[in-house]
Structure formats: C-alpha cells, structure tokens
Design a protein around this ligand. Structure first.
Ligand SMILES: [Fe+2]
Length: 418
C-alpha cells in the first residue's frame, strides 16, 4: 500500500467504509420488501433503490475506474444511475417504484459483492484519486441514508394505517421554554467556505472566500411548534402579503394550511414513531422555504443568510440530535447561553440562493455532475438534522432543495438586521 492519503486508506478507513455501508442496511431493519419498493411521490425514491443506487455509485466510480472492470450486471447501470448524464442513460426517476426486479435479495447480494470488491481494493492499495472517490462514495451513502428516512416517512404518511418506523420516547417539555433572544453576529469582512486541506468537503463548499456581513443577529434557538401554531391561528396561510408570489401560488394550488405532517386538528403530527401529540416547545419541521420565509416576515424578522449562519456556526460545538440518537425527530431546545441547536434536529432554511462561490470549480469528469449542475432555483439549508449522520455535517456544509420541498426535516432559525 502506498502511504495513506485519506482516512479510507488506513485500517480505520476500511472499518469506516464497512460501518457506513452497514448502517444503511441497519436503517432498513424492520422494513418489509413491500415497504422498500414503494415510491410515494416523484421526489422520493424507494428504499430498495437507495440501497442499489449507493452501491452502483461505488461500482461505477470506484471499480469502474479500472478500464478492465466488467460488471456482471451491466443492465443495472441504467436502473440505478440517478442523474449522471455523462456515464450513460438512466431510468426515469418517477418510475423507480416499478423496479420490482432485481429483487431485494439480489440487491442485498449486490451490496455484499461490491463491498467485498471495494474492500479488497483498499487492502491492495489505492492511489489518491481512488481514495477520494471512495470517500465521496461514503459521503454520498450518508446523504442517501437521510433520504431513505425522509422517503420512508413520506411513504408511511401516505399509508392510511400510518405505520410506525421506529418506536421512540415522546418528546415532552419538563420546564418553561428557552425564551428567544437575538444574539449579534460579526459585522464586516469574514471568510466562509471549506478551508483547503482540512478533511473532506463537497466541491460546492469551496473555495473558501471573503464576504461581507452586515450588522445582524441570529435567534438563539429554532422556531417552535407553538410559535408556528400562533402563525397559523393568526391567519398566516390566508394572508397573501406575507408570502412570496410563488409561495402564495403554491399555498393556493396545494391547499397548504399547516406543516406537511401535522394532523388537521393541529394538536398531533405524524412522526417516524407514528402519530404523536404536537409538543409546543419542539422545533417546527417539515416546512418549505416559502413557509419559513412567510413565518419570518410575520414575526418581523428574516431568515439568516448562509454566510451569517456559517460564520456563527464555526464557533459552535458540533453537538446535537443526529441519526445516531435514534430519535428521528427534533427535540426540545436545551436551556443554555449562546446559539442552541445549530447542528442536528432540523435543517435550517437560509435566505441564500444555492449558487456557486466565487472561483468555484466542479470535480473533473462525470463527478462534476454531483453538485454544480443543480445551482439554480434552489435554496441553501444548513446544520443537518435528526436524520443526518453526526460525522457527515460541518459548518461549511451546504444542503439545497427547491423552495416548495417539505418532506425533509427542515425548520426555521430567525435572523434580523441590526
Ligand atoms: Fe445519489
């Protein structure tokens, strides 16, 4: 083996590869083959497809890096390619739920075979390019773990039986809520973006660059269910002046009156642990950008920009409620000084459009399609959620979704000018 260039080339790196791959299967424990085949909407994918697509990623970009590699199932490339136009055609995304063959058992076998082959490759010795591709494959796997959870949540919500994914203790407040306070952020020139040579980052987090922050403040905690309920009760969904034009059109067209998984009685919500009483002190989630923006306007505030968020988050400990906590639901804000729940619980919508940083360059080749081509019509979210693996998040991480998307664990932190 050549000298280790990335963590994945070390003994620990191999263990990490296997741990992350196994974790995806662990998230599927208790789900039936039928659960894993269902596709509840074009934006969501079946669990089985996630299991296969993440495996295809390693086959295509790691094993396939060797020109002599021949896949035993070349037809599966078409089924499990997501959006990489430069490596070949792909099955239509809205029809992923129709892929009953290969069977779930064949997909599990596919995962084992590819894991074994990639593991052998790591042991034999890999160069920096391959090490970087394996690392990207693992980060990609972790992104799909979160999608697997949000997609099965949507599928179970669509089922009138409202099945339970994993039982978990109900979130119940035991003391008065932490009052919302606005904490001043830095004003003036700051650097944001991932510092080169400081571990893994996606291309869209680079290059680190200078930007200017206006006088501003960020709320010390997330917006709660109780606060969002007040917005609803005061007619938030009926007042056009609170909404962006596209947001108001979406409210009208979709008949939105409350967050995605709230029940009509406004006192309970669907969670991955089934229908639960709405806890007023827990952070509100499953909101679109449009709803987050309208709420902020109603509250006399605004959403933070991603630069304001990142500059503040860089000095906050990366603790929080993540996938490893097995709650799969946001928890009540802990009492404390400073910014609370910056990481975990819910992704925080920002006021920043998802565009390239100055000097941005995509990765070379097909992997340049990973992020860059989505830089239009979407908004940046920060901080990770209760479905994000703990070692997947960082201050510079830029998640992005279209402004109408509601099925992710997305919520609100308010910001304001000073
Ligand atoms: Fe993917």
């Amino acid at each position: 083996m050549t000298a280790p260039l990335l963590a994945v080339q070390t003994e620990d790196g191999i263990a990490r590869f296997m741990r992350i791959r196994r974790q995806t299967l662990a998230l599927c424990a208790g789900l039936s083959p039928e659960d894993l085949l269902v596709q509840s909407m074009p934006d969501a994918s079946p669990g089985k497809w996630h299991l296969a697509h993440t495996t295809w990623f390693f086959e295509q970009f790691v094993l396939g890096h060797d020109p002599a590699y021949r896949s035993p199932n070349p037809a599966w490339y078409y089924l499990f390619n997501s959006y990489y136009e430069s490596v070949g055609p792909m099955h239509a995304r809205p029809q992923r739920g129709l892929i009953s063959r290969p069977t779930l058992e064949q997909i599990r076998d596919y995962r084992s075979r590819i894991d074994e082959a990639v593991g052998e490759l790591i042991v034999q010795g890999i160069d920096a390019t391959l090490a970087a591709r394996i690392e990207l494959g693992l980060q990609h796997e972790q992104q799909h773990q979160e999608l697997l959870l949000t997609d099965i949540k949507h599928a179970f919500w669509c089922n009138p039986l409202h099945p339970v994914y994993r039982d978990a203790p109900a979130v119940v407040a035991e003391r008065k809520p932490l009052s919302m306070r606005f904490l001043p952020g830095r004003e003036g020139p700051v650097d944001i973006g991932h510092p080169a040579g400081n571990g893994f980052a996606y291309d869209n987090e680079t290059p680190r660059h200078r930007t200017w922050l206006p006088a501003h403040a960020l709320a010390n905690r997330l917006v709660t269910n109780g606060e969002y309920l007040a917005f609803i009760r005061e007619g938030g969904y009926r007042e056009a002046s609170l909404w962006l034009s596209d947001g108001w059109a979406t409210v009208q067209r979709e008949g939105w009156q409350r967050p995605l998984y709230w029940q009509e009685d406004l006192s309970s919500e669907f969670t991955l642990a089934g229908v639960r009483a709405l806890e007023p002190q827990a952070p509100v989630c499953h909101l679109s950008y449009f709803e987050a923006d309208a709420f902020a306007r109603w509250a006399g505030a605004r959403l933070p920009t991603e630069a304001e968020w990142e500059d503040a988050a860089a000095n906050v400990s990366m603790t929080g409620n993540f996938q490893e906590d097995h709650r799969f639901h946001p928890t009540i804000t802990p009492h404390g000084d400073g910014l609370q729940q910056m990481y975990g619980d819910v992704w925080e919508w920002t006021a920043s459009a998802y565009v390239s940083y100055p000097g941005f360059k995509t990765l070379p080749g097909a992997l340049g399609e990973y992020n860059g081509k989505f830089m239009n019509g979407q908004w940046v979210l920060r901080g990770g959620s209760c479905a994000t693996p703990r070692d997947h998040i960082r201050a510079s991480y830029r998640n992005f979704f279209p402004p109408h998307a509601r099925w992710q664990f997305a919520g609100i932190r308010l910001g304001q000018d000073r």
